[in-house]
Design a protein around this ligand. Structure first.
Ligand SMILES: CC(C)(COP(=O)(O)OP(=O)(O)OC[C@H]1O[C@@H](n2cnc3c(N)ncnc32)[C@H](O)[C@@H]1OP(=O)(O)O)[C@@H](O)C(=O)NCCC(=O)NCCS
Length: 157
């Protein structure tokens, strides 16, 4: 597996990957629509195919991870991509990384907590706001769990 940085040359392939995973390039996060089509990040390549992607943005005092996807789970792709983001933030002197996940995503909660992230804030019913911006967000999420709340996790570096 090879990890590469997103650049303009591969942007179209990255955008297609994002649309395939998230229905569109717009990511709705507590009522804000964020354009993943301009987000920086890294992608994982295997046999010339994109098998994973992490995107982020830099805010005042932190890096916010916007998306993390692995197409071939349990083979180290998610960890390798997350490690790229963490080391970039560390070497750039960014003190904190945050991300949002939803109440149904128990495997993401497990994944991030095992890698140093802690729950920091609960945004009750925030998915209702996000759904107004992005109606494709289903009412029921993973394993049929009602998709309602956003949970912010953070890690201090
Ligand atoms: C969360 C997510 C990114 C994890 O990606 P992943 O590629 O499965 O992650 P990894 O393979 O690095 O780690 C997953 C587990 O597999 C294990 N693993 C890694 N390589 C392995 C191998 N060769 N053999 C067996 N297990 C392995 C890891 O140790 C890890 O287990 P642990 O958490 O108990 O330590 C992935 O499940 C995903 O894409 N989910 C859908 C999108 C999503 O919810 N994103 C997060 C919200 S932003």
């Amino acid at each position: 597996m090879d990890i590469r940085e997103i650049d303009q040359k591969n942007r179209k392939k990255i955008d297609d990957f994002i649309i395939c995973q998230w229905f569109s390039l717009q990511m709705a996060l507590h009522g804000e629509s964020v354009d993943l089509g301009v987000a920086d990040g890294w992608y994982a390549v295997q046999d010339d195919e994109i098998v994973g992607l992490i995107t982020y943005r830099i805010l005042d005092d932190r890096m916010e991870i916007l998306s993390l996807d692995s197409l071939n789970e349990q083979h180290g792709i998610g960890t390798a991509l997350l490690n790229m983001a963490v080391s970039y933030a560390r070497t750039s002197g960014i003190p904190k990384i945050t991300l949002i996940t939803t109440n149904d995503n128990l495997s993401a909660l497990r994944f991030y907590q095992k890698r140093g992230f802690d729950m920091a804030r609960l945004f009750c019913n925030a998915v209702d706001l996000s759904r107004k911006l992005k109606p494709e967000i289903p009412l029921f999420g993973i394993d049929g769990i009602p998709l309602k709340h956003e949970i912010e996790l953070e890690m201090y570096l």
